[in-house]
Design a protein around this ligand. Structure first.
Ligand code: CA
Length: 229
């Protein structure tokens, strides 16, 4: 999943980024409200983690503009501002959840998982394609009952393809889903990840088909190779 973090405190941002990346997410970090507003217009995210006390544009204004555009992106507000009126105001502006600083990272991670679970695939935390099953918030996949050993990048790739099953996903869309601004995924790197994912999917009845010039399609595949008959 790709997450935008808007937080101007460097040490808090560092902790949150590390925790989300450890969880296998791609994270873009901005330290002002105006940059958050711009990033939300230019990129597609699965979750926004929003500090309210931001320079240039207040977090609540970022949220008001986001909801004004009609987006349903899940928003987790993290703020030092406490008090009942403030919490009610932020939820009424369209936040999905609210965490007061300082908070334990374990609680933050649990709230992120809950929001992503609710949002992913319109509330379906699991995806089933043939014999392949994905637990999206848990970052796990199985062929029948056998767990697939996937790296965070391979799971991200499989997830991006599975969420668009029956449609072709372009290389640019895959790179967008897998990368944040601090990372680079070269064409070669994407090819390697696809190659490894294909090997791990062998025997699953699901494969990644190349649609020349357009991208990739996750589909139920004829088993071939191991048994030519
Ligand atoms: Ca702040």
């Amino acid at each position: 999943m790709r997450i935008l973090l808007a937080e101007d405190d460097p040490s808090i941002a560092e902790g949150i980024c590390a925790s989300l990346r450890h969880g296998g997410h791609a994270v873009d970090h901005v330290a002002s409200g105006s940059l958050a507003d711009a990033a939300l217009r230019d990129h597609e995210y699965d979750l926004l983690v929003l500090d309210l006390g931001l320079p240039a544009l207040d977090g609540s204004e970022v949220l008001r503009r986001l909801r004004g555009r009609g987006t349903v992106l899940p928003v987790l507000v993290v703020t030092a501002r406490d008090g009942l009126p403030e919490r009610i105001r932020v939820l009424d502006l369209g936040a999905d959840d609210y965490l007061v600083k300082p908070f334990a990272l374990a609680e933050f991670e649990a709230r992120v998982r809950a929001l992503l679970r609710r949002a992913s695939s319109q509330g379906k935390p699991e995806l089933q394609l043939g014999r392949l099953r994905l637990d999206l918030p848990g970052h796990r996949a199985w062929i029948d009952q056998t767990p697939l050993e996937l790296t965070a990048r391979e799971f991200g790739l499989l997830e991006a393809l599975a969420l668009r099953a029956d449609r072709v996903t372009s290389r640019a869309q895959l790179i967008e889903a897998l990368c944040d601004w601090d990372q680079e995924l070269t064409d070669n790197g994407l090819d390697i990840a696809i190659h490894r994912l294909r090997r791990k999917l062998q025997g699953s009845g699901t494969g990644v088909r190349t649609i020349r010039g357009l991208g990739y399609l996750l589909e139920e595949a004829e088993e071939s190779g191991s048994d030519p008959a």
